[in-house]
Design a protein around this ligand. Structure first.
Ligand SMILES: Nc1ncnc2c1ncn2[C@@H]1O[C@H](COP(=O)(O)OP(=O)(O)O)[C@@H](O)[C@H]1O
Ligand SMILES: [Mg+2]
Length: 278
């Protein structure tokens, strides 16, 4: 029997996989989603979502994918890791995502086929093609240059390919060094960590989503406050700490994560972090 069933939950509440059903709509995440949706509908070209590790970029990407209104006219493709060996490999991968037959003579040939396809889809069929790229900080200079070329495909009114890059902050420095690239970013947004109130709401939301009956609670207010202070509102850290706290709860046969329990746990966690940093 797993620890969460002991606590009366149907699912694991604090798994760290980027599952849209556990996506808490914090103000920062909602803003990012809304602005992305607008940029995609207006076919403005390149959108950039930046944030530190564990702020929820991958979860946001999956949520966009799962929740974008499924009316006809939008196709989403996702690249989880854009570290391609060569520009040809990238173009080949993209052409496969777009459902094109391969067999290109050269990168130029691949690019022309892709452009033709995007024109057909975008103009003749009025269809919006979206390419989402996660782990965007892994994009090489060459890859960024390739994206720049793809983003040049446009009509008088709109871009033929919508690109959304989710990346750690370090991508910004690289982009700034490429002339004219930053000017092509139609929408940029930095995801902020959660406030203390939102940390409490996220914990509550995930517990309820995992099946915790209303009226019951597993974290005392001072425990939540300590979690926020320790995690600085980073969703991944919040999920990790809360997961460990619930395991400790079960191990100690207790029913509430309170101040003393969380203090002890966080003391161990920070010793661990110190060891890792040393
Ligand atoms: N809005 C959110 N609501 C609930 N949990 C979240 C949210 N954003 C992130 N998380 C949690 O934090 C973890 C890390 O998020 P992830 O999307 O992988 O971050 P990043 O891609 O920015 O490193 C996720 O697996 C998820 O458990
Ligand atoms: Mg990620």
């Amino acid at each position: 029997m797993s620890y969460y069933t002991v606590l009366g939950l149907a699912k694991e509440p604090f798994s760290t996989s980027p599952d849209p059903t556990f996506f808490f709509r914090s103000s920062s995440h909602v803003q990012a989603l809304t602005r992305l949706e607008i940029a995609i509908r207006l076919r403005r070209g390149l959108s950039l979502i930046l944030g530190d590790v564990g702020t929820g970029k991958t979860t946001l990407a999956r949520t966009l994918l799962a929740n974008f209104p499924r009316e006809d006219g939008f196709t989403f493709h996702m690249i989880l890791d854009p570290s391609f060996e060569s520009e040809y490999q990238f173009l080949l991968h993209l052409s496969r995502l777009l459902g094109l037959p391969g067999g290109f003579k050269s990168a130029l040939d691949a690019r022309e086929t892709i452009e033709h396809h995007l024109f057909q889809r975008g103009v003749t069929d009025s269809h919006t093609t979206v390419l989402m790229i996660d782990e965007g900080q892994k994009l090489s200079g060459d890859m960024l240059e390739n994206l720049r070329v793809l983003l040049n495909y446009e009509t008088n009114e709109f871009k033929l390919l919508q690109v959304v890059i989710f990346a750690q902050m370090e991508l910004l420095g690289r982009i700034r060094r490429i002339r004219n690239f930053i000017d092509r970013v139609a929408m940029k947004y930095i995801i902020n960590p959660l406030s203390e109130q939102e940390t409490a709401q996220m914990i509550e939301f995930r517990l309820r989503s995992a099946g915790l009956p209303s009226g019951t609670t597993l974290f005392s207010p001072d425990a939540v406050e300590a979690v926020h202070r320790f995690t600085q509102g980073y969703p991944r850290r919040i999920a990790l700490v809360c997961h460990n706290a619930l395991e400790a709860l079960v191990a100690h046969e207790r029913s509430l994560v309170d101040g003393p329990l969380i203090q002890e746990l966080l003391h161990d966690e920070s010793r661990w972090l110190d060891e890792v940093a040393a």
